[in-house]
Design a protein around this ligand. Structure first.
Ligand code: FAD
Length: 388
């Protein structure tokens, strides 16, 4: 066995020198390159990249993160986001602890809120378990990004800010660089407020075409945004409509408001190991097609990438087993949601309010016979990322 290892190593060195891609040995080498090196370079200090760095560092690897911005969370100065807690039975905070992530950031359970659809009065929804955990994004101030950064640094991870990774085909790298293009856009504000803690969501094509608008308030800070999947060129109109809506429908006291914008990108690729690079998070298209709740997939894929290096498991097999079914279901969900008009939005709001919204979401975020039947149609409707 050691003899075989020496031979394979030797072949691999020659392969590296001449940059030969040996397809037959591809699966093996994808792992071997990382196993050889206890130094792992990671591009992007988002939730995906930092999770990978933390898990690797805990297993004795020297992880170095290259971040093109001056600090973590630069792309994400977007106030509050929801860490979804509906797609699996295990609570997301338990899942995070299981994979080695401490909750050293603001992480507040939200059990319900108000839901609006055109032509009906707002409905109250409430679940028996947290529907999502409110987290803050951006640099500093108890944000998820800051919390992950602190954990990584405490474990000896080196984070190089204002640095892009130098592209080198031979170098083994984990790529967690976020969206490549915009499949949806978000426009919103963060603000200070006297309003009590709350959550509200709006389905209305005049405010968020084929998407939704949301209002999140926690401890004197708020975020309101519209997430747009159609007619993105009229973003300003929908942003204004969203603000007008919240001002008219709710007590809406805001101070020190700051604008933000952002985007999301989803696709399902054939492989996420390409030219010696492992792709994670939104750089791999791991994003919820339906509503853009991508943080969970970013963190889990960062963990899987690290795990594939530590344990020698094939990363493609890992994400295809754990993430692909849920990504495909979200693709079908988006296909169906886009067929909805106001009638569909009203139906959805009522379904949320009728039973436990957490259970309703869980059922619909997981595979079913009907959704599997619809998958080929949904796939033909949306582009599938087959190349990186
Ligand atoms: C407005 C908005 C609201 C959202 N709300 C939610 C929500 O409520 N719930 C949810 O789950 N998800 C939400 N999302 C999606 C979620 O934020 C993303 O899915 C998640 O941040 C993806 O994590 P990531 O680590 O893959 O990428 P990112 O968080 O984008 O991090 C990538 C990092 O890589 C850096 N980078 C890029 N290129 C390079 C390079 N070449 N070299 C070095 N560094 C590089 C970037 O600067 C960035 O810091 C929202 C997104 C937006 C835009």
């Amino acid at each position: 066995m050691p003899f075989l290892y020496v031979i394979l190593n030797y072949i691999e060195k020659i392969r590296k020198i001449y940059n030969i891609h040996l397809f037959l040995f591809g699966l093996y080498f994808k792992t071997l390159n990382f196993e050889e090196e206890r130094h792992i370079n990671i591009a992007g200090a988002g939730p995906a990249g930092l999770t990978a760095a933390i898990v690797l560092a805990k297993h004795g690897y020297m992880a170095r993160v290259y971040e093109m911005s001056p600090d973590v969370g630069h792309r994400m100065n977007v106030g509050f986001q929801g860490l979804e807690n509906w797609s699996s039975d295990k609570d997301i905070t338990v899942l995070l602890k299981d994979i080695g992530i401490d909750i050293n950031f603001l992480c507040v359970p939200y059990y319900g809120g108000d839901i609006y659809a055109p032509g009906i009065a707002p409905l109250k929804i409430k679940s028996g378990k947290p529907i999502f955990y409110l987290v803050k994004r951006g640099a500093g101030g108890g944000s998820l990004d800051e919390g992950l950064k602190k954990q990584a640094i405490a474990l000896g991870v080196e984070i190089l800010f204002n640095r892009r990774i130098a592209p080198s085909p031979e170098e083994a790298v984990i790529m967690g660089t976020g969206p490549k293009t915009a499949d949806f856009i978000a426009a919103g504000i963060t603000f200070d407020t006297e309003m009590k803690d709350q959550a509200a969501v709006v389905f209305d094509d005049e405010i968020a075409p084929k998407g939704y608008a949301y209002l999140l308030v926690n401890n004197g800070c708020g975020t309101a945004a519209t997430v747009i999947y159609n007619d993105c060129k009229n973003e300003k109109k929908y942003f204004d409509n969203m603000l007008e809506f919240f001002k008219n429908k709710r007590p809406f006291d805001i101070k020190n408001e700051k604008r933000f914008g952002g985007c999301g990108n989803f696709f399902i690729g054939d492989t996420q190991v390409y030219h010696n690079k492992i792709y994670i998070g939104e750089a791999a298209g791991f994003q919820d097609y339906l509503w853009g709740f991508g943080m969970r997939y970013a963190i889990l894929s960062g963990y899987m990438a690290a795990n594939s290096i530590i344990s020698g498991l094939n990363y493609d097999l890992l994400w295809k087993k754990e993430l692909k079914p849920i990504l495909e279901t979200s693709l079908v969900n988006r296909y169906l949601f886009e067929k909805f008009g106001n009638t569909g939005y009203r139906y959805l709001a009522k379904r949320f309010a009728k039973g436990d919204p957490g259970d309703f979401l869980k059922r619909n975020y997981n595979q079913s016979f009907l959704k599997n039947l619809l998958l080929p149609i949904a796939k033909s409707r949306y582009k599938q990322g087959t190349t990186l």
